[in-house]
Structures are given as C-alpha cells and as structure tokens.
Design a binder for this molecule. Structure first.
Ligand code: AMP
Length: 519
C-alpha cells in the first residue's frame, strides 16, 4: 500500500505517483527513446527504487540538492523520480547554459551530486575545481548505471507538502539567477490545476519532450506519470518539427509543451508538407507572448489542439489558462480579444491586478499581475532581500503588467520594466509588436524603448522579414499608421536577420537594448 501518512502526519512525495501507476499499469510502456520502447512502468519503478537506494548508499540525505545538467533523454525521468524517491531535491539546469553559469548554480544551491552531459564534464571540471564537496556524474546516450542491481524494496522517503522538490533557477536576464523554492505541495497543486483547467490525459496518450525538461516540460511529466501515459524523448534531444510530426503520427495521440516560437516553427514546417500532420492531440503553449496572428495561423494548420498557460518560475505553469475552446471558438463575439489574453486564473490561485502596494485596481485598469495560492512559491533560496521585494501583503508580485476584464480574462501588457513611457504616455511594446506582425512580410518583431531628450523614451522596432522579402521604413511606418495611434508608432525601424533569443526561445530584449546603446 502507498503511504500517505507517517506517524499521523500527511506526507506527499511526488515519487509515489510513479509507484501507484506501476501497480495498475506495470506492463505498459512508460518510456520511449524515439519510437523504441525503453522501459515499462514496472521497470521504471524498479530502476527508480534502485537509484534511490544507491543515492542513499552514497550518502544523499533528505533535502540534499542534486543537479541535472543534461539534454532531454529517458534518463532524465529516471533521475527525477530517483532523486525524489530518495528524499532529494532536483536542481534542473538547462543544458545549453555555459558551464560557468551551471557552476554558479551548483555553488549557490550547494549541490552534492550533479548529473552532467559527458561532453560537458571536462569544461565543468575546469570551473568547479574549488568546489570539493560536489561529485560530478557523467551521463551519455547510453545512460548511466548505478552499481546497485537486483530488486530493491525501498518505500519513497517521507516528504511533507512544504518540503522542497525542485530548486529552479530563473532565467535571470539581469544579474545572477535566483533559486525558486518549489515544493512537493506546489507541484501537486500544479498537477491538479492541469487536470482541472488545462486538459485531460489518458493512458493511451504520450507526452513528447521537445522543450527542455529543466523547465515546464519537465514539470508536466508528473501529469503523464500520474495518468500512466507514455513519455517520448525525441532522438535528436531537441526540437525538430519534422521529427515531432513523425513521432506524433506514429504514436497517434501526443501532447507537448511548446514555447510560442516553437509553435510558430511547427506551423511554418507543416505548411511546407503535402499533408497536414496528424497525431498531435494537445499543444500547451506559454512561457512568453503568443501573438494573435501566430496562434490563428497555428489553429488554421493544426485545428483545435491548442491551450495556453501563463506561469512563471515563482508559480510554475499555474497562474492562468486560455482553454482549447477559447482559442478555437471563432463564433464567440470576444474570440479575438480572448486570443490576445492569457485566459482566466487556474483553480488553485487567486489573481488580482494591483498597484505597487498590492491594492486591487478596478476592472479594466492596467496594473501589476499579483498572485497568491497553493502553487505560489514561499520564497527564493537564501535571498531575503529578493523575498522582501517579491511579496507584498502576501501577494506574489509577478512583474508582469496586465488588465482583467469582468469575466476574469487577463491580458498581459508587458513586463513592467519593458513598458515605454513616451511624452508621458504609456506604450506597451506588445501592442506595437502585434500590429507589426499583421503585415504579411514580417516574420518576427521586438519593440523596446530608448532614452530620448524630449520625450523621455522613444519606440524602436527590431524587425525580421520573411525569407525572400525586403521591408523598408516607409512600408512599416505606413502599416503602423494604419493600425496604431500615431504616438505609439516606432520612431526607428531596424531590420535584422534574426532576433537574439535565450535557451527557452524568449527574445532577449536586454541584448537589443545593449546593442542600441552601443550604436
Ligand atoms: P520564467 O520564470 O522564466 O518561466 O518566465 C516567466 C515570464 O514569462 C512571465 O512572468 C511572463 O512575463 C512570461 N510568460 C509566461 N507565460 C506567458 C504567456 N502565456 N504569455 C505571455 N507571457 C508569458
């Protein structure tokens, strides 16, 4: 029997969800590497218990941090559950980070063990020499084999809902990243929100991991474990639209999490095919702004498979949701407005639009998005100053500006720091970006403000033209004049071959600002 109480105290280790699934669906394939079956649920649960026993043998204590610095592959899921089963805390590190950045996180989190790509081991050793209490464990495509073999009977460690499960370092566009304390309780609330608000998952479904497991895609693996679905790791270890189409067609009922830039790449790739790809049941998108033209295009290509979520490291994947119906129902009078929104609050959070002191603002007034509820973090790792700033009167200050309508739909404007104030008027870059993207020759755009002696700031647009097209300032300006108030239109257009993006596909406006300053 699975234990939910220890000495009368409620315990909740996420690892027990794997045990539960292995009891009812033991013979079902849990993991696939490409199209090849890798392990059944019973085998996976066995490997996880062995891994956990091995961790304990080599000295892992409850609450010790273990980093995973590697690309997506089946080993990721085994490690995740093995670390939790043993009572450890996962520190996921995007494999595309520079070894120096990864080493900084290892030190800050005081990790005891780090599972790292074999190819990165030497570079890491060079930068973590001084950190003697850390053991690096290389992992290759062959996985890694702990020395323990045979059957191990080891119950999952007793963890309480407030115990740390996942120490997530925010992408940190300025300064060092901050470690967000994410607990077993927060992730179980996120999982329930998914099943209540976002989508159903059935055991015949598979999750395809195209986005990094170190972020939302990794957290969503919990839902698919709980529901006994399959977990498919593309052999490329990354995101290749044609590989995704091939896998989705093969498995027939696939879910995936994708950043908006990935959705756009999927639509572009699908339009070049002679047939519409099949087998994608649900794509949950989020993590950055999805422009209205891009999601309309995607629905035209793939049909009603899209659901949007809005979250942030501090409230992972669980602030709001724009349902499949909201995304696809063109007959709704507010369809377009809703497409531009991030939907309504998820079930376990309260969301308000408030001022700097967390006082609620009236409907339709723009303010900061503020959140409280079960999936919200209790704070940052070892960072009392940051905690003081991010919580006001119990509300998490997301740093995102937005507005809520009377039906509870939230439309994000921009991060407060991205808002442009020109001649005393607020201009939200997102609005200018949406307008420019409606031009048929524009592929991508990013709008920022730069200091101006008379106006305070002026609007500058970085624009990428679609392949084979050339965009002039006159064309772009004419288009903006047709779609925007005069004062909002960019005073300067800069065309680029591509926009700088971080490892999660988010446009790096900080880089664009630096570039403008150095011009
Ligand atoms: P991170 O903590 O790295 O996941 O970044 C979270 C930030 O990404 C949020 O605070 C938002 O600014 C942005 N974000 C997340 N989801 C969405 C979404 N659905 N639409 C627009 N922006 C989003």
């Amino acid at each position: 029997m699975l234990k939910l109480f220890d000495d009368g105290v409620f315990v909740l280790n996420l690892a027990i969800w794997l045990q539960a699934t292995s009891q009812v669906s033991g013979q079902k394939t849990a993991l696939y590497f490409g199209k090849d079956a890798d392990q059944t649920y019973a085998d996976l649960a066995g490997s996880v218990a062995r891994l956990a026993a091995w961790f304990i043998q080599i000295g892992l204590k409850h609450g010790d941090r273990v980093a995973i610095f590697m690309k997506n592959r089946p080993e990721y899921l085994r490690l995740l559950f093995g670390i939790w089963h043993a009572g450890g805390v996962v520190v996921p590190v995007n494999e595309k980070l520079h070894p120096k950045e990864a080493a900084w996180i290892f030190r800050d989190a005081a990790v005891s063990f780090a599972f790292v790509e074999t190819a990165l081991e030497e570079a890491l050793k060079a930068v973590i020499e001084k950190c003697t209490s850390l053991t690096l464990i290389p992992v290759s495509d062959m996985g890694f084999t702990p020395t323990l073999t045979g059957d191990v009977v080891l119950p999952a460690a007793s963890r309480q809902p407030d115990d740390l499960a996942w120490l997530f370092y925010t992408s940190g566009t300025t300064g060092h990243p901050k470690g967000v304390l994410i607990t077993h309780g927060m992730l179980s609330a996120m999982t329930l929100c998914y099943l209540i608000d976002v989508d159903d998952v059935f055991s015949q479904d598979v999750a395809i991991y195209a986005a990094p497991m170190s972020h939302g895609a990794g957290l969503y693996s919990l839902i698919h474990v709980l529901k006994g679905a399959g977990h498919v790791y593309p052999r490329s270890g990354g995101f290749d639209p044609l590989e995704i189409f091939d896998l989705a067609e093969y498995f027939g009922s696939a879910h995936m999490f994708a950043a908006p830039t990935m959705v756009k790449r999927l639509s572009t790739a699908a339009k070049l095919l002679s047939h519409t790809p099949t087998g994608l049941r649900t794509i949950v998108y989020g993590g950055g702004p999805m422009y209205v033209v891009d999601i309309i295009d995607a629905v035209e290509v793939f049909g009603d498979i899209f659901v949007q979520i809005y979250g942030q490291g501090e409230c992972p994947m669980a602030i709001s949701v724009l349902s499949r119906r909201d995304v696809s129902d063109r007959s709704h009078p507010l369809w377009r407005e809703r497409l531009a929104s991030v939907g309504r609050p998820q079930s376990f959070v309260e969301v308000q639009i408030g001022d700097k002191t967390a006082n609620p603002l009236a409907i339709s007034q723009i303010g900061e998005v503020q959140v409280r509820g079960q999936p919200v973090m209790s704070g940052y790792w070892n960072n009392p100053q940051a905690n003081e700033k991010v919580f006001i009167n119990g509300w998490l200050m997301t740093g995102d500006m937005g507005v809520m309508d009377e039906s509870g739909y939230i439309t994000l404007k921009d991060r407060s720091k991205d808002m442009i104030i020109s001649g005393g008027s607020n201009i939200y870059p997102r609005e200018v970006e949406e307008a420019l993207l409606t031009h048929s020759d524009v592929a991508e755009v990013a709008v920022i403000g730069r200091a101006h002696p008379d106006w305070g700031e002026e609007v500058v647009a970085f624009v990428v033209a679609k392949a084979g097209y050339v965009l002039s300032d006159e064309i772009l300006d004419g288009h903006c004049l047709d779609h925007l108030a005069r004062f909002k239109r960019p005073k300067k257009y800069i065309t680029l071959a591509e926009l700088p993006k971080n490892n999660y596909g988010k446009v790096l406006k900080t880089e664009l600002r630096k570039w403008l300053k150095s011009e």
